[in-house]
Design a protein around this ligand. Structure first.
Ligand code: FES
Ligand code: FES
Length: 151
């Protein structure tokens, strides 16, 4: 039995402690907003925040997140998250949507750290979160829009 703090709620799940967090989230907690893309740290679709830092949940085991704070796309909150969600909607960023929870989790962290990112900062921070629909131009524009909103 593992006791995890997910989206500010303590949840107990009966899983192998070596299970990747992504599996626990999706298959045992019903948090399917976090996506399985590659399972090999290559796409970023599975990105969640652990103690505020973006982490690929396919690459971390349940036992490694006990006593840490996990936030998934379902649990994002606060001013920065709201600005990012609003910008995403306004600019109609999403195409198929598969990569987007990973993009948004990463974008929130970027704006938390750097409230006025340049194009280069955005490209650097978002590098490795793969979008097969190539929404990168809209993602960049939405991050700038969220930054303006937060200024
Ligand atoms: S599913 Fe985790 S990086 Fe692709
Ligand atoms: S919106 Fe389709 S993979 Fe990114």
């Amino acid at each position: 039995m593992a006791k995890l703090t997910i989206n500010d709620e303590v949840r107990e799940i009966d899983v192998d402690p070596a299970m990747p967090l992504l599996w626990a989230l999706r298959d045992h907690m019903g948090l399917t907003g976090t996506k399985y893309g590659c399972g090999a740290a290559l796409c970023g679709a599975c990105t969640v925040h652990i103690d505020g830092e973006p982490v690929r949940s396919c690459q971390i085991q349940v036992r490694e997140v006990v006593d840490r704070k996990v936030t998934t796309i379902e649990g994002i909150a606060g001013r920065v998250a709201k600005a990012v969600q609003t910008a995403w909607q306004k600019l109609d960023v999403v195409q198929c949507g598969y990569c987007q929870s990973g993009q948004i989790m990463n974008a929130i962290r970027l704006l938390d750290q750097n409230p006025k990112p340049s194009d280069a900062d955005i490209d650097d921070a978002m590098d490795g979160i793969v979008c097969r629909c190539a929404t990168y131009v809209r993602i960049r524009a939405a991050i700038h829009a969220a930054a303006r909103d937060l200024a």
